[in-house]
Design a protein. Structure first.
Length: 129
């Protein structure tokens, strides 16, 4: 009987605990506003640090192009040196994007499971070597 009461108590606890945390969000007192302001100062309107590369920079034929939005990178592609990935290399799903901290158009790839990034190359006159 004691095991049944303990199990029943745990079920009640697991059901009420998520409900309590949801109700806390309804009564936000604004005490975390300072951290929200710090995120806003970074100019990161995309949310989080999704557009901050965490890889290692690789020098390629790509050219540094300054940007303030992803649209500025739409006329860019991968560097010619990266146009044919080896068996152990793969692209991320972003393509060329405006990196939030560098304010430059970059592209990422995985090389042997390790994240790398490089500057993008202009699409005009681009050919895969």
């Amino acid at each position: 009987m004691n095991k049944l009461l303990i199990a029943f108590g745990l079920v009640i606890l697991l059901v009420t605990l998520p409900c309590a945390s949801e109700s806390d969000e309804e009564f936000d007192d604004g005490s975390n506003d300072e951290t929200d302001d710090k995120e806003d100062e970074g100019g990161n309107s995309e949310g989080g640090d999704e557009y901050v590369t965490k890889g290692e920079f690789v020098e390629t034929d790509g050219k540094k192009k300054e940007c303030s939005s992803h649209e500025a990178c739409y006329d860019q592609r991968e560097p010619q040196a990266w146009c044919r990935p080896n068996e152990n290399q793969s692209w991320t799903d972003k393509g060329c994007f405006c990196e939030d901290k560098l304010h430059s158009c970059v592209i990422e790839r995985k090389n042997n499971g390790k994240l790398e990034y490089s500057y993008c190359a202009p699409e005009a006159g681009w050919q895969c070597a």
